[in-house]
Design a protein around this ligand. Structure first.
Ligand code: BTN
Length: 330
């Protein structure tokens, strides 16, 4: 059921001219005082609304600052983000999501922050999350899956990000195994999945998504500038963070539901379509040996499948892969 606020915005958005309080109250079946109260709430959330006597109301400009309300109003999902928390500044959205999971918050809860001061990357690396420049978001999921299937959720999330970038720009995103999103060989996004599980059942998963959206080149820390970038740097345009979050959530929900209905095959084929260096030869080294291999694709347990010159296939979990050209090597 659409909220009154959402319906009100829908009407105002479609309106080229002012619309009277009476007409709004008729259409929404609420009093004119209630309309006036909703207008005040919209203003608090950054909508600029002109109210002209005898003519009525008109939206002049939209919020440039995101909030729980503005994120939820345009969200076309059925379960994800129904509970959504937005913060100006946090240490890490992951920590908040874990806390909320323990408090019993529902499947699909979303935590978004404008800034993280202790953003967390994979393998305990820091994740630079400057104010208003990117998407720093954690999703709380309670999937009815075995713990061994958890890596599939990370791979699924990576396909959602690649699809999104590819649909909304001319960029050619790649997924570098297991789940870094690269554009022009540089990392623009990373995913951190953390899980709480019992022996054969996941209790919950916190899926953290970090995307460098609107940083300029000099806003990327110097020490990683050779291998990290942002959507803006690569596409030469500013991206609207709020809309991107809404698209991610919608596409994530759709892909997740499809995955639960019909399994991992579809995710696997999208992942392999975007997979960095899939179908190419790379050098691989482990503690024991070093060899050249053809990257075949991914396995249902999240491993990378590589084939050597003699046709032997090997599942890789943590080998060092020399990705080759382009400078990206992490
Ligand atoms: C990686 O190392 O590639 C994963 C980076 C994940 C960063 C995101 S930003 C939102 C969430 N909160 C965190 O502290 N980390 C994840």
């Amino acid at each position: 059921m659409e909220s009154t606020r959402k319906q009100l915005i829908n009407i105002l958005e479609k309106q080229k001219e002012h619309i009277s309080g009476q007409e709004l109250s008729d259409q929404l079946n609420i009093s004119r005082t209630a309309i006036w109260k909703h207008m005040n709430e919209l203003k608090k959330d950054g909508y600029q609304i002109e109210a002209v006597q005898r003519k009525g109301y008109k939206i002049i400009s939209y919020p440039d600052k995101i909030s729980e309300n503005t994120l939820q109003w345009g969200l076309e999902t059925s379960w994800i983000g129904k509970e959504l928390h937005h913060y100006d500044q946090v240490e890490s959205t992951q920590a908040i999501a874990h806390r909320m999971a323990k408090q019993g918050k529902p499947h699909g809860t979303v935590i978004v922050a404008d800034e993280q001061v202790k953003g967390k990357g994979r393998m305990s690396r820091p994740w630079h999350s400057p104010k208003g420049k990117g998407i720093w978001m954690s999703l709380l999921l309670r999937p009815e899956l075995a713990p061994i299937q958890a890596p599939q959720l990370t791979l699924l999330a990576a396909t959602v990000l690649a699809e999104l970038i590819s649909h909304y720009s001319e960029l050619d995103p790649k997924i570098k195994w297991p789940n870094d999103i690269l554009v022009n060989h540089k990392k623009i996004s990373g995913i951190l999945t953390e899980m709480q599980a019992e022996q054969d059942q996941i209790q919950y998963v916190v899926l953290g998504i970090g995307i460098n959206v609107n940083q300029e080149e000099d806003e990327i820390p110097e020490e990683i500038r050779h291998k990290a970038s942002s959507l803006k740097i690569e596409s030469n345009k500013t991206w609207e963070v709020q809309t991107v979050i809404q698209h991610i959530l919608r596409l994530f929900e759709q892909t997740y539901d499809q995955y639960l209905d019909s399994g991992f095959e579809h995710v696997k084929s999208i992942w392999e379509h975007y997979g960095y260096r899939i179908g190419e030869e790379v050098k691989i080294s482990t503690m024991k040996r070093s060899w050249k291999a053809f990257l075949v694709g991914i396995e249902p347990d999240g491993a990378l499948l590589a084939r050597d010159d003699s046709g032997n296939e090997e599942k890789l979990y943590s080998a060092e892969i020399h990705w080759g050209e382009g400078g990206y090597h992490a």
